[in-house]
Design a protein around this ligand. Structure first.
Ligand SMILES: O=P(O)(O)OC[C@H]1O[C@](O)(CO)[C@@H](O)[C@@H]1O
Length: 540
């Protein structure tokens, strides 16, 4: 399992040269003026997701070289190794088969186990949804990959959720997360789902124990009925006192696990049929990723663009701006997906990398972000590619009727106009010359017109991608998430890193374990002066 690293491909040096000669001077405005077909040429329809890449600093020669780079790194072979279940997570000796979780029966490895696990999980979800279950609140306790995916999807698919069934997500070890949730609960009508792949995670176990203590103190009975687990460590869950555990396999990575039994709260919220649609949407994207030629392969194109920006333009972050309130947790979800996967500094052989890897991924739902950090995107000194996600048709649900329906439809048009305007403004900018010809009634009269114009000018030429969904439903969301998973795979594969381990979270966990007793005892022996000083202040 040895593949060339991107800098070992001849296309790497060719891209450096191409960047110097052309990429560095590329101007989006000039490109649009010169290429009437630019939108048609640089947009494509993937399953459920239409992508406009035309507002990126890319030209035909760039794509040619990026495709050569992907071929030089044997991207196709690397992709097949993942789909076939080879142990590509080599530092942990594991396969990476989240794609098998959404494959139709017989279409991927471990199909029988996967189908049986899915059927059992969906049957349980339906039993919780049934009128006679008596359950009104479901509290999902998990963190990282055992929280972000399910929480994001449940939020996004509110329009498909069963009315009257309340889903709560508790992740933080900070009791301020759990306590307000517990205040709203009736133990007799509550189901706790303890989600932890390892069932050793400090935060999750602490919250689970606190929830159990609250449950018993509040008069709850039958812990076995009111607590279930989703975990690959069924023994530890049993030791906790849980009789019903939905197990899964070591080849499902935490941040890729929402398709597995970790998706139980999603299935409880939206039901079996919609959960299957979520899987089907993801599988449609899997097939696209596996079969489409690189030039029409959306995950591949986005991953290649990421390499172009990170390693040649030197852009260190990417902002995600979903123009749909339901997707407000998408940036947080993507932070784990991308930064835990590709935030690595050594290649597969453990050699230090001479180039940058994961960008910082951050963002906020539109239009809220416009009133916060977009100022910096437009006029700041750093160029930050932005990814806009827009949804053509809103889903406000059947209860929204009459004047409210009309008003919300109008608001949706405003939302879309804002989304378009932002990518247009980033790209077009405004020259000092243009600003000089504008009226600036709120500008200080004591400043010269040229000074004011400089403050009011925008550099422009700031790249963005726009992803469009017809509507946000289980199928399109499944496809969108799978698109991101594969895009992260592409950049990781070219960087020659293991995108599927996360050793970087270990040191902090280990130090926390050694500091925990010191916070009780006050022992600061051997600690650095800063940690010792802070510890003493916290104890004072
Ligand atoms: O599901 P678990 O085992 O509780 O782990 C939770 C999360 O912790 C991590 O291991 C590290 O943050 C993630 O990769 C994982 O998603």
């Amino acid at each position: 399992m040895s593949y060339p690293r991107c800098d070992q491909s001849p296309a790497w040096a060719a891209l450096q040269d191409h960047y110097r000669r052309s990429g560095a001077q590329f101007d989006l405005r000039a490109a649009f003026a010169a290429e009437p077909e630019r939108f048609a040429q640089w947009s494509l329809q993937a399953p459920e997701v239409f992508a406009d890449l035309s507002k990126n600093r890319i030209e035909a020669a760039t794509l040619d070289l990026l495709v050569q780079l992907a071929e030089g790194c044997q991207l196709g072979a690397q992709r097949e190794a993942m789909f076939k279940g080879e142990p590509i997570n080599h530092t942990e000796g594991r396969a990476v088969l989240h794609t098998a979780l959404r494959a139709p029966a017989g279409a991927a490895p471990f199909s029988d186990e996967v189908q049986a696990s899915l059927a059992r999980m969906l049957a349980f979800a339906e039993s919780v949804r049934a009128a006679d279950s008596g359950i009104r609140d479901v509290v999902h306790i998990g963190i990282g990959g055992s929280d972000l995916g399910p929480a994001m999807v449940v939020q996004a698919l509110q329009a498909f959720a069963k009315p009257g069934l309340r889903l709560h997500f508790v992740s933080n070890v900070d009791g301020h997360d759990l306590a307000p949730v517990l205040r709203e609960l009736d133990p007799a009508r509550t189901l706790f789902v303890i989600a932890s792949k390892t069932f050793t995670t400090q935060e999750t176990l602490a919250n689970a124990l606190a929830a159990k203590a609250w449950f018993l103190a509040a008069g709850g009975s039958d812990v076995g009925r009111h607590f279930v687990a989703t975990s690959s460590n069924t023994a530890a869950a049993a030791e906790f006192g849980i009789h019903t555990t939905f197990g899964f396999w070591d080849w499902v990575g935490g941040r890729y696990s929402l398709w597995s039994v970790i998706g139980l709260p999603i299935a409880i919220a939206i039901g079996a049929e919609h959960f299957r649609a979520l899987l089907a949407g993801a599988w449609a994207m899997d097939e696209h990723f596996r079969a489409a030629p690189l030039r029409q392969n959306l995950p591949a194109l986005l991953g290649l663009l990421d390499i172009w920006y990170r390693n040649f333009h030197g852009f260190t972050s990417r902002s995600v701006a979903p123009y749909h309130q339901g997707l407000k947790r998408l940036p947080a979800y993507l932070q784990q997906l991308e930064m835990e996967s590709n935030g690595k500094g050594v290649d597969r052989e453990g050699q230090a990398l001479p180039y940058g890897t994961s960008p910082v991924v951050w963002g906020e739902a539109g239009t809220n972000g416009q009133h916060a950090y977009f100022q910096m995107l437009h006029q700041g000194t750093d160029v930050i590619p932005v990814e806009f996600i827009a949804v053509k048709t809103p889903t406000h649900g059947p209860q929204v009727t009459g004047e409210l329906a009309e008003r919300l439809a109008d608001q949706h048009v405003k939302l879309l106009a804002n989304c378009l305007a932002q990518s247009q403004a980033l790209m077009q900018g405004k020259s000092v010359e243009e600003a000089l010809h504008e009226r600036a009634p709120t500008a200080s009269k004591s400043l010269g017109v040229l000074t004011v114009a400089r403050h009011r000018s925008f550099p422009g030429n700031r790249p963005s991608t726009t992803l469009l969904l017809e509507t946000l439903n289980p199928r399109s969301l499944g496809a969108l998430i799978a698109l991101y998973e594969h895009r992260v795979f592409v950049s990781g594969a070219l960087w020659g890193i293991n995108s599927f381990d996360q050793w970087g979270v270990e040191l902090g966990k280990a130090l926390c374990s050694s500091l925990l007793p010191r916070l009780g005892s006050g022992d600061v022996a051997g600690l650095d002066a800063s940690t010792a000083g802070l510890l003493q202040k916290l104890r004072a």
